[in-house]
Design a protein around this ligand. Structure first.
Ligand code: AMP
Length: 221
């Protein structure tokens, strides 16, 4: 089973992907995480990606597809996975279809208002080591500034500044939002109200998944 999470930056894709990983064991395949890893490691691909990410635009399709293909070829993806941040435009959705991946495809569209996005991203802190996600007000770590999972010092992502957030929202509306119509037409799309608290959003996603598949961990994983 392939679960695709659509939604604006800050809509909760990473948080939902992590919850599905922890509940059902589906690996979280996040192109943002893969790109940040390449940037940290200063791979040739990472060096190209860094400037595109810093300006709030999209990294070019070929670069992202190369990273994604490599990640999906690993053994943990055989039984299914959650795609967080891919596809992000129509060409990427075509590329995903062209991969001819087996199994059903379930798409969730996490709907959030732009005002909620700005508030969430401004308060977001992340772990640069394991990519765990926190929020200063809504989900503070147990010890201020330190990751609960691995003990690394938390950081504010370089693209979570007001100026870059505005650009990322523009990119989302122009390039990614049109995917909603595409996946609605394929009838695999489920709209989720993403404005509420994380627990409520996760509960709703799990309710839909379990209604569709019984217990997803018994359905091909
Ligand atoms: P995210 O962690 O999903 O918010 O992604 C952070 C940044 O990585 C985005 O603003 C883009 O610059 C880049 N990025 C992530 N996923 C993709 C993708 N599928 N296509 C192009 N760029 C991406």
């Amino acid at each position: 089973m392939r679960i695709i999470l659509l939604g604006a930056p800050g809509s909760g894709k990473g948080t939902v992907a992590e919850a599905l990983r922890s509940a059902y064991g589906f690996p979280k395949v996040s192109t943002g995480d893969l790109l940040r890893e390449a940037v940290r490691e200063k791979t040739p691909l990472g060096l190209v990606a860094a400037s595109q990410m810093g300006q709030g635009g999209l990294v070019d399709d070929a670069t992202v597809l190369a990273l994604l293909r490599e990640r999906l070829s690993r053994e943990d993806c055989l039984g299914g996975y959650v795609l967080d941040g891919y596809p992000r435009n129509l060409a990427q959705a075509d590329s995903l279809d062209a991969l001819g991946l087996p199994g059903p495809e379930i798409v969730f569209d996490l709907r959030v208002s732009d005002a909620v996005v700005v508030e969430r991203l401004a308060g977001r802190r992340t772990c640069p080591n394991c990519e765990a996600i926190y929020h200063l007000a809504n989900k503070p770590p147990r010890k201020a500034g330190v990751c609960d999972v691995c003990g690394t010092g938390l950081v504010q992502r370089a693209d979570d500044t007001p100026e870059v957030i505005r650009e990322r929202l523009k990119t989302y509306h122009a390039k990614t939002e049109p995917l909603i119509a595409r996946y609605s037409a394929k009838a695999s799309l489920h709209r989720i109200d993403g404005d509420g608290r994380a627990e409520a959003v996760i509960r709703e996603v799990r309710r839909v998944l379990e209604a569709l598949l019984g217990h997803p961990d018994g359905a091909g994983h």
